[in-house]
Design a protein around this ligand. Structure first.
Ligand SMILES: [Mg+2]
Length: 407
């Protein structure tokens, strides 16, 4: 029995650029590049399909985009708009099928059950999703939808047809349907893994699919990951490898002189820096954060929030800032925080929000500097408190322009 269709993967096309075209009709049908700052030295963080035709893509420097297409319109990124549209898209998709997982600002996965797994029904549901998005979000905001027996293959499906695609990879088409793909077309197989395949004489997906589970374990030098890929390519459902680590957290008893709100805020910021660095060192990502403050008469403030799967310090600080206003009055005595809902880096889809990726890169750059020059030589400045402990400050507003490659 070939595996049934179990997953629907929704991937928005040229997401930031299509939101801008939706917002401003003058930008529709035109090559546009979305930039974090208006400067020739800046980079496009998204390009419309009209701009992609000129070879402009995410990461193309502005000066080069202008050379490739002098009439390109550059638009300043508006992250709050992209989040607002994201919410509308999740609701539109959710009217067709319950959204099981949101993987990034422009990617989500739904499950098919019962009759929905019939290819004709699955296709009908996917078309309804497209209609819902078009009608309630906007005609410029299109999605590529992939339907397959597992999430990995459904994501492959979204890449096979862009923009506005709908691709079904049925169980009985496996594995030959995958043969025309490149090894690196699978999310989770990067250039480093590809080199490894080459060393073992594997140059094509057909060769990869022909390997025994035993050979795959050898190539991955991991029983878990070798088996995992063996089954993924056959359309089996594979649970993410269990993560032994459940949480990363720290707490701190406040010295008397900082038993104030700015004092506890500053300590919390430090604890978040520490936990985020540890999360990265452990090669994990988190989906939730909880904070606790204890007060002198035994009161306790507990708050928690979900974050788009992250491992960067600034996203966590921002999440903390959103919780902070709900704190209790009174004299704080102890601060604690914990990151949980952890997943290891293999098997985690990082945010496709380019700005988020930049933030992760910035955080890793900070780790390298701190490793070389000592703890906390470099850290994020914050909105209030803790300045005295931060010899080098990076203000929030500088982050989008900060190029980790320059250090
Ligand atoms: Mg996308």
């Amino acid at each position: 029995m070939p595996p049934p269709l179990r997953r629907v993967f929704v991937d928005m096309n040229a997401y930031f650029a299509s939101v801008e075209q939706q917002e401003d009709p003058k930008l529709r049908g035109r090559p546009i590049g979305v930039v974090p700052v208006m400067a020739r030295t800046s980079c496009c963080i998204a390009a419309s399909y009209e701009a992609k035709k000129f070879g402009i893509k995410t990461g193309t420097p502005v000066w080069e985009a202008l050379r490739l297409c002098p009439r390109i319109r550059l638009v300043l990124a508006r992250h709050e708009k992209y989040v607002e549209y994201h919410d509308k898209i999740v609701r539109a998709v959710g009217r067709c099928l319950p959204v099981d997982r949101i993987l990034s600002i422009d990617e989500m996965v739904c499950n098919l059950i019962g009759d929905e797994r019939e290819p004709a029904n699955a296709e009908r549901i996917a078309r309804k999703m497209k209609d819902e998005i078009r009608n309630s979000v906007g005609e410029c905001v299109t999605a590529s939808i992939g339907i397959a027996p597992n999430t990995m293959l459904a994501k492959v499906g979204t890449d096979l047809q862009k923009p506005d695609g709908l691709v079904i990879i049925r169980g009985d088409e496996l594995p030959h349907r995958l043969f025309p793909l490149k090894l690196t077309d699978f999310s989770g197989i990067g250039p480093r893994m590809e080199k490894r395949f080459h060393r073992y004489g594997i140059f094509s997906v057909e060769q990869l699919c022909g390997l025994s589970a035993k050979s795959m374990r050898t190539i991955w030098s991991s029983q878990v990951h070798g088996d995992r890929w063996y089954h993924l390519l056959r359309g089996d459902e594979v649970r993410d490898p269990p993560t032994k680590r459940q949480t990363v957290g720290h707490s701190h008893v406040l010295p008397p002189e900082i038993r104030t709100h700015p004092g506890v805020y500053g300590v919390m910021v430090k604890l978040i820096h520490k936990a985020a660095a540890r999360l990265r060192a452990l090669n994990h990502w988190c989906g939730q954060m909880a904070v606790t403050v204890r007060y002198e008469h035994g009161e306790r403030w507990d708050a928690a929030c979900k974050v788009l799967r992250t491992q960067d310090t600034l996203s966590l600080l921002r999440a903390f800032d959103s919780l902070w206003p709900s704190r209790l009055p009174g004299k704080p005595t102890q601060a604690g925080m914990v990151l949980f809902d952890l997943t290891p880096t293999p098997g985690t889809t990082p945010s496709l929000f380019d700005a988020d990726r930049d933030l992760v890169a910035v955080s890793h750059a900070m780790d390298r500097i701190n490793r070389q020059f000592g703890k906390n030589v470099i850290r994020f400045g914050t909105l209030c408190g803790s300045e005295d402990t931060a010899p080098t400050r990076i203000a929030f507003t500088q982050i989008p322009e900060f190029d980790p490659a320059s250090i």
